[in-house]
Design a protein around this ligand. Structure first.
Ligand code: HEM
Length: 168
C-alpha cells in the first residue's frame, strides 16, 4: 500500500518539467553529484575531527570547545547544500531513491547523526569542560565520538550503496 503510493508519487515526480530538465540536460546530474560529494567531504571531516579530538587522538593541545567552535558550525549550512543537491537528484530519478530501502536507512542514520552532532555542540557551548569533568564523562564522550564516527561512516556507505540496491 505504502509502496504503491510512493511508486505513484515517483511516477508523478518523474513526469514534472523540473525532473525532465534534470534528466535531459547532460551537465546537471554530474554537477549535482560533484557538489554533493564535496559537501560530504566537508561535513564528514568536520564531524570526525571533533570525534577524534574527543578520543584525544588529534590536536590534544587545542581545547575541545575551540575545536568544536572551529569545525561544527560549518556542518549546518553544508547540510542544507546536501539537502538541496540530494533533493534535486531525487527529483531527477525519483524511483532510484524513493523505492529503495538503503535510501531510508541513510535518512534514518542522518537523523541520528544530526541529533548527536547538535548535542555535542550544545553541551560544549553551554559548558566548555563538559566532557572533561571526570573519568566517567571522558568515557561517555569517547563513546559518543565512536557512535558518531560509526553513524557518519554508515551514511557514507548507504549513500554509495543506493546505486547498487535500486528497484529494477
Ligand atoms: C541531507 C539530505 C541528503 C539527501 C536528500 C541525499 C540524497 C542523495 C541522493 C539522492 C544520492 C544519489 C544516490 C544515487 O542515485 O546513487 C546521494 C548520494 C550520496 N550521498 Fe547523499 N543525501 C543527503 C545527505 C548526505 C550526507 C549527509 C552524506 C554523508 C555525510 C551523504 C553521502 C552520500 C554519498 C557518499 C553518495 C554517493 C555519491 C556518489 O557515489 O556519487 N549524503 N545522496
Amino acid at each position: 500500500m505504502i509502496d504503491a503510493t510512493i511508486s505513484e508519487f515517483s511516477g508523478w515526480l518523474a513526469a514534472t518539467s523540473l525532473s525532465h530538465t534534470i534528466q535531459t540536460t547532460g551537465w546537471v546530474i554530474p554537477t549535482l553529484q560533484t557538489i554533493h560529494i564535496l559537501s560530504v567531504a566537508v561535513v564528514f571531516s568536520s564531524a570526525v575531527l571533533v570525534d577524534l579530538r574527543l578520543w584525544r587522538l588529534l590536536n590534544r593541545d587545542v581545547p575541545l570547545p575551540e575545536i568544536t567552535r572551529r569545525f561544527l558550525p560549518a556542518i549546518w549550512p553544508v547540510l542544507l547544500v546536501l539537502l538541496i543537491t540530494g533533493g534535486l537528484l531525487i527529483i531527477g530519478e525519483p524511483r532510484r531513491s524513493l523505492l529503495n530501502s538503503t535510501f531510508y536507512l541513510k535518512m534514518a542514520l542522518l537523523a541520528v547523526a544530526i541529533v548527536l552532532t547538535a548535542w555535542l555542540q550544545w553541551t560544549l557551548s553551554s559548558s566548555p569542560n563538559f566532557w572533561d569533568k571526570n573519568r566517567g564523562r571522558r568515557m561517555a564522550g569517547q563513546l559518543a565520538a565512536t557512535l558518531s564516527i560509526m553513524v557518519w561512516c554508515g551514511i557514507l556507505f548507504a549513500g554509495r550503496w543506493i546505486a547498487y540496491t535500486q528497484a529494477g
